[in-house]
Design a binder for this molecule. Structure first.
Ligand code: WTA
Length: 698
């Protein structure tokens, strides 16, 4: 491995396989303080899983205790059957009832700096400094209950799906918890997605209510979210799905409410409402519904290699039990210990669901939410926030860390980061160079780094160091979480010896696992449980779609996806999604998209596009840069800015197998400039296509 790092030491560290021992002290006493303890607990947790998970479930507040810990008819798991509980009660009400109502649940900081603007809406529930809001558990309970009543007033009830498309503001958390409170499921859509993506998801989820905001702040600009929602409503209507109600939070207030719409006004068949109009005078008391353990808590759409995004279904008790445990152990959460946890992920991703919101509130540790960009108004914004708020645990993504490296060591050096005790990363493999930089420049060589490997589908961490117990190695997500029976296997399901690359599988069910793909049983079964099984019994294993190896110490090294899904800046994208967007442009005959390693983003998107000659002729257009720009804009409009191709290459034809499948691996090689194609091309239909693609390169 090569590096241009000025210290020149990282290579050696990697070759030496350097190991970093856990520090003696963390943010409070360690929950687990030695590798022996980890090993003993892990063994017990997989040998006697029911007893182990029952203990974890005891930590939740139940309305009715469960009868059975697990019913497993692979691939269907039912956890804590017979029990009833409520997610919002576990995050909020139980703490208020236990006398912690005045504790801060959530600290929010907005992007704009300087005094609060005059048109921001003030609410008596918030104590407010300029751009900083703090919500106590009691205030959160009141706001959530009020909004739960608003939703009820719109006819939302148990089992309904509410679509949420909002910036990172406290009301996003309020809306999610309000859904949970009344037994509705939320489907949060990341604010970077476009109207088509929103309407597609709302249609799939049969969701009739959308909660949004007039805008979100990003690098001094306002993203007009509710306008995008209006477009999505009209698109959904054109596909025969009517969205009944849209609730709009007034947040950026870039336009006067009266100039946008009046509450109750109908647009494209949907009634438009201002949040503050609906909430005015509504009671802030609302009981928590008693939900079955297996009631759907939320849907979260994630990209797949084929077809449309998948609505991953998570249910109540299992998800809560798993997330409270993983949050507690991975980040050593302890209430009343001065901890302030900051996860920089957007709530629109699973990381935000589990480790901005649910995992933190269940453990009664204060969570910090920041709305803006890391480089606004300056590139040291994150370090400034950590210093001012005295953040103790910080959780971010490798792509962000690589960007911070590029911005320079002097930026974190300007700030007092001594409050930090644990650092975390998530989302993609972290290269050892970035790991070392994070350790030195942010962690001052004193903080353990928890490299957490997991997925939307797993609900929470499945491989990660536990910071007080597990020695770390840069680039490895180390060992399985308690209760997780993770292995590296071959296609036959046989466990591979150390250092052999294979497929990452989980042999037994765990409470936080997905329960389905919404409305698509077949996809659930075939994607996750159709490929690997126990060679002796034939019982399906959960397949992650990631390649990995385990070293001689049993540490996992994740190598990345083995399917056609790419991670770009930590966002998961199906090559299919981008390809469908491209071919929906009238100029495009065929498209193939591949991920190519990229220094900062992890992967860059390269698109190979063949054009329709007739269309070019009829419209007097050429295969030139202006058409490339138009196609990039088209993808951005169809899927969202996050899916924009970095490179578009026009090709006369795409390499295909004799059965007509595009040979993506080959394109990947072409795109990354591999000198000589060593792959098996015996099934290639016409080799001249590849030769042509390479010539185009010159
Ligand atoms: C990748 C994000 C290596 C992996 C929580 C997985 C990682 C996909 C890590 C899931 C890590 C996530 N090391 N790879 N620590 N964390 N991944 O659903 O390929 O957005 O399958 O969930 O991210 O992405 P998702």
């Amino acid at each position: 491995m090569s590096t241009n790092n000025s210290q020149g030491t990282i290579d050696n560290l990697l070759h030496e396989n350097r190991v970093f021992q856990p520090p003696k002290h963390g943010p409070g006493p360690w929950h687990l303080a030695s590798m022996d303890e980890y090993r003993r607990l892990h063994r017990r947790s997989v040998e006697n899983p029911e007893a182990f998970w029952a203990e974890e479930a005891e930590r939740l507040a139940w309305f009715r205790r469960w009868d059975r810990v697990l019913e497993w008819n692979a691939p269907d798991a039912k956890w804590f059957g017979g029990g009833t509980l409520n997610a919002c009660y576990n995050c909020v009400d139980r703490h208020v009832q236990a006398g912690h109502g005045e504790q801060t649940a959530l600290v929010w900081e907005g992007e704009p700096v300087g005094p609060a603007t005059s048109h921001e809406v003030s609410s008596s529930a918030y104590s407010r400094e300029p751009q900083i809001r703090r919500l106590t558990y009691r205030a959160l309970q009141q706001e959530v209950s009020r909004f739960a009543n608003v939703l009820k007033g719109l006819g939302v009830g148990r089992g309904d799906v509410v679509t949420i498309y909002m910036p990172m503001v406290p009301e996003l958390a309020v809306a999610m918890l309000a859904c949970a409170r009344i037994g509705a499921a939320h489907s949060v859509i990341f604010g970077g997605f476009a109207a088509t993506a929103i309407s597609e998801r709302a249609i799939d989820a049969k969701s009739r209510v959308v909660v949004t905001s007039d805008g979100g702040n990003r690098r001094g600009e306002v993203l007009k979210l509710s306008r995008t929602v209006e477009e999505a409503v009209s698109l959904a209507a054109s596909h025969g799905h009517s969205i009944a109600d849209v609730v709009v939070l007034r947040h950026t207030a870039h336009e006067k409410p009266s100039e946008r719409f009046r509450t109750g006004e109908v647009r494209h068949g949907a009634r438009m409402h201002w949040w503050h109009d609906l909430a005015a005078g509504v009671s802030d008391a609302c009981p928590c519904e008693a939900m079955d353990s297996e009631a759907m808590l939320f849907l979260l759409y994630t990209s797949g290699s084929t077809g449309k995004p998948k609505g991953i279904v998570h249910t109540t008790a299992g998800y809560l039990a798993f997330v409270q445990m993983t949050a507690r152990l991975t980040f050593n959460l302890i209430p009343d210990c001065g901890q302030l946890f900051w996860c920089t992920a957007d709530i629109g991703w699973i990381t935000g669901h589990s480790y901005v919101l649910y995992g933190l509130l269940m453990n009664r540790v204060t969570t910090l939410m920041y709305e803006g960009a890391p480089n606004y108004p300056a590139q040291d914004r994150f370090w400034d926030i950590i210093e001012r708020h005295r953040v103790t645990q910080f959780y971010t993504a490798p792509t962000a860390i690589r960007t911070f490296m590029k911005w320079g060591d002097e930026l974190p050096a300007k700030h007092d980061l001594s409050s930090l005790r644990i650092l975390g990363t998530v989302g993609e493999p972290i290269n050892p160079e970035a790991w070392m930089w994070y350790h030195r420049h942010i962690g001052r060589d004193a903080c353990p780094i928890v490299d957490t490997y997991w997925q939307t589908e797993t609900g929470g961490h499945v491989c990660t160091p536990l910071p007080g117990a597990v020695p770390t190695k840069p680039g490895s997500c180390t060992v399985p979480m308690l209760g997780i029976d993770a292995v590296v296997v071959n296609e036959k399901g046989e466990v591979l010896p150390p250092d052999k690359g294979g497929l990452l599988a989980i042999r037994r069910p765990w409470p936080g696992m997905l329960r389905g793909v919404f409305g698509n049983r077949e996809r659930f079964v075939s994607n996750y449980f159709g490929r690997l099984k126990d060679p002796a019994t034939g019982t399906p294993y959960y397949f992650s779609a990631d390649g990995a190896r385990r070293d001689g110490d049993g540490y996992f090294w994740v190598m990345g996806r083995v399917d056609d899904v790419i991670k770009v800046s930590g966002h998961l994208l199906g090559t299919m999604e981008v390809e469908s967007a491209l071919v929906s442009h009238p100029a495009v005959a065929e498209a193939a998209v591949v991920g190519v390693p990229h220094e900062i983003k992890g992967n860059a998107i390269h698109a190979f596009v063949s054009l329709k000659p007739q269309w070019l002729k009829a419209n007097a257009r050429h295969a030139d840069d202006s058409l490339k720009a138009e196609l990039v804009g088209h993808v951005s409009k169809e899927v969202g800015a996050l899916a924009k191709p970095d490179v578009i290459r026009f090709a006369e034809g795409l390499p295909k197998t004799r059965s007509g499948k595009i040979m993506r691996r080959l394109l990947r090689d072409v795109a990354s400039g591999v000198e000589k194609i060593t792959q098996d091309t015996t099934t290639l239909e016409d080799f001249s296509v590849v030769a042509k693609l390479r010539e185009d390169d010159e």
